[in-house]
Design a binder for this molecule. Structure first.
Ligand SMILES: [Zn+2]
Ligand SMILES: [Zn+2]
Ligand SMILES: [Zn+2]
Length: 473
C-alpha cells in the first residue's frame, strides 16, 4: 500500500491521500474482501467463493446451503465455510446476510486475531460503526439482529461480548460494500473492505471503485497529485445537491460539504425548464415534478410486476407532459427516458428506444463527470440500441465513447469492457462496410436479421442504481 496513506481529513475523520501521482484509469489499490457473503435471495444462484453467477452450481453436501462453481471454488472457500457449514447444519437453516457476514468476520477474528491483516491500513476494530447515531428504528433492528446472531453462533466458537458484536453489526450497516456479478449488472452480495472504508465521499470524486475478479479496485478518474485526498461517490450524482445530502445523512450519517453541494453546481441543469417561449411558472414546474414522482412510483410497481406495456404507456404519457415544461437535462425527464428506452428495446421497439436513449445520453453527458461509470454504462446501452436499430454511425460512436469511459472505470480486463471491445470492433467493421456501400450494408443487415434473431436485450431489472455501500433502505 505504498500508493496511499492515512491522514486526518479536516471535519471528516480519517481519509486516504495519494502518495504518488496517478492518471486516469490507474489502479491505486486492489483489495480482497475481509469477509463477504451472497445475498439471501441469490444463495443458490451465485458462487459463495468467487461471486460469479452460473446456471448450475454445486451444492455443499453437508449444509446444502452453500453453492459453488466447482470443486476448486468449494475447496478454496472451505476454510471460511467450515464453521458456517456446521452452524447452518445444526440450526437447519441459514440466518440472513447480515448475520452471516457478522459470523464470517468473527470466525476470521477467531482464526487470525483482531489485528491488522496483510496489506490493510486499518483493522476491523478501528472501523466506524455509527451505533451512537442510530435512530429508534435502527436500534430496534440492531437488537433483532443481535438476537438472531446469538441464536446462530455456536457455543464451541470463541465467545464475544455483546458490545463487540454490536460493533461488527454497526460496521456492516454502514460499510458493507455491494458486490456485483461478473458482468457487473446485478448486485449479488455484500463484503467488508477495510481500506476502501477509509476513502471518503465526494459528490464529484476523483476515484471510482469496481469489483472485478474477486477484488475491488480503486481507480483514478483523472490526474491525481501526491498529497491529494482520494474520494469516491457513495451515491448517484443524478440527484440535486439537497437530495444527495439528505441521502448521505440518512445512510452514512454525515453532512456533505463537497464543492458541488456547497455551490449547488449543476443543480440548475438538473432542474432545467424548457427554454424558448414563455417561461413556465414555478407552480407549473412544481406540479409536473410531483406528477413525475408519482408516475415513477407507478412505473416501479408495473415494472416489478413485469407489466411492460403498462410501463411504456405510463412513460409516454409522462414524457408528453414533461416535454412541454422541462428542459433536456432535467433529471425527472431523464429518469423517464432511461426507463422507457430500456423497456422499449426489451420489447423490440428498437427505433423509438434508440431515440429515447440518444436524448438520455445527451443529457447525461452534460451532467455526469466525463469518466463516470454510470455514464459509460448508459453510453454502452444506447450504443447497442442504435446498432440494433441499424443506426450504425451513431451506434459506433457511442460504443467508442463508452469504451473510453469503461477503460478508466472498469479497466481493460473487466468482462464488460471485453464485451464492449468486441462490440466496438464488430460495429467498426459494419460501419466501414456502410461507408463503402450503403446499399450492400442494408442488404447484408436484412439477410442477417432474417437468419438470426436479433440479440435480445436482457430483461429490465427493477434495481435502483445502488449506492456503493450496501445499506438497508
Ligand atoms: Zn466460483
Ligand atoms: Zn456447507
Ligand atoms: Zn456533496
Amino acid at each position: 500500500m505504498e500508493t496511499v496513506e492515512l491522514f486526518s481529513a479536516e471535519g471528516k475523520g480519517r481519509g486516504l491521500k495519494a502518495t504518488k501521482e496517478q492518471w486516469a484509469g490507474d489502479v491505486i489499490f486492489a483489495e480482497r474482501a475481509y469477509a463477504a457473503v451472497v445475498f439471501d435471495s441469490l444463495t443458490h444462484l451465485v458462487c459463495h467463493t468467487c461471486f460469479k453467477r452460473h446456471e448450475k452450481l454445486h451444492r455443499c453436501g453437508q449444509c446444502k446451503f452453500a453453492h459453488y462453481c466447482d470443486r476448486t471454488c468449494q475447496k478454496e472457500g472451505w476454510a471460511k465455510h467450515k464453521s458456517e457449514c456446521s452452524a447452518v447444519k445444526k440450526q437447519g437453516k441459514a440466518p440472513n446476510e447480515n448475520i452471516r457476514l457478522a459470523a464470517q468476520i468473527l470466525w476470521r477474528i477467531e482464526r487470525e486475531g483482531g489485528g491488522l491483516t496483510e496489506g490493510s491500513l486499518v483493522s476491523i476494530d478501528e472501523l466506524q460503526n455509527h451505533v451512537e447515531h442510530f435512530g429508534d428504528e435502527e436500534k430496534k433492528e440492531l437488537r433483532v439482529d443481535l438476537e438472531s446472531f446469538l441464536e446462530f453462533w455456536p457455543p464451541n466458537s470463541k465467545q464475544f461480548g455483546m458490545q463487540y458484536i454490536s460493533h461488527i453489526l454497526g460496521v456492516i450497516n454502514c460499510n458493507g460494500f455491494t458486490l456485483s456479478d461478473q458482468r457487473g449488472l446485478q448486485a449479488v452480495g455484500v463484503g467488508i473492505f477495510p481500506n476502501l472504508c477509509m476513502v471518503n465521499h465526494d459528490c464529484w470524486p476523483n476515484c471510482s471503485v469496481i469489483f472485478n475478479n474477486g477484488k475491488i479496485e480503486l481507480r483514478a478518474l483523472g490526474k491525481i497529485s501526491p498529497g491529494e485526498e482520494l474520494t469516491v461517490s457513495y451515491v448517484d450524482f443524478l440527484n440535486v445537491g439537497e437530495d444527495r445530502r439528505q441521502q448521505l445523512k440518512k445512510q452514512y450519517y454525515f453532512d456533505c460539504t463537497c464543492q458541488h453541494c456547497q455551490k449547488g453546481i449543476k443543480d440548475d441543469l438538473m432542474l432545467a425548464v424548457k427554454e424558448g417561449g414563455e417561461k413556465p411558472s414555478q407552480e407549473t414546474v412544481k406540479e409536473i415534478i410531483q406528477y413525475s414522482k408519482d408516475t415513477l412510483e407507478k412505473i416501479d410497481k408495473a415494472r416489478s410486476e413485469g407489466v411492460y406495456h403498462e410501463v411504456v404507456k405510463l412513460c409516454r404519457e409522462c414524457l408528453a407532459k414533461q416535454e412541454a415544461i422541462l428542459g433536456d437535462t432535467n433529471i425527472y425527464l431523464l429518469r423517464i427516458l432511461s426507463i422507457l428506452s430500456e423497456v422499449l428495446s426489451y420489447l423490440q421497439h428498437i427505433n423509438e428506444a434508440a431515440g429515447c436513449s440518444k436524448r438520455m445520453v445527451d443529457g447525461y453527458v452534460k451532467l455526469y463527470h466525463p469518466n463516470n461509470a454510470q455514464l459509460g454504462m448508459a453510453l454502452m446501452r444506447a450504443g447497442v440500441t442504435h446498432w440494433h436499430a441499424g443506426l450504425i454511425e451513431v451506434g459506433h460512436e457511442m460504443l467508442c465513447k463508452a469504451y473510453a469511459v469503461l477503460l478508466v472505470t472498469h479497466g481493460p480486463s473487466h468482462p464488460i469492457t471485453k464485451d464492449l471491445e468486441a462490440m466496438r470492433v464488430q460495429s467498426e467493421m459494419e460501419l466501414r462496410m456502410f461507408q463503402q456501400n450503403e446499399f450492400m450494408y442494408y442488404k447484408m443487415r436484412e439477410a442477417a436479421l432474417q437468419n438470426q434473431k436479433i440479440q435480445v436485450m436482457p430483461e429490465p431489472t427493477n434495481e435502483v442504481s445502488p449506492g456503493i455501500f450496501q445499506k438497508k433502505q
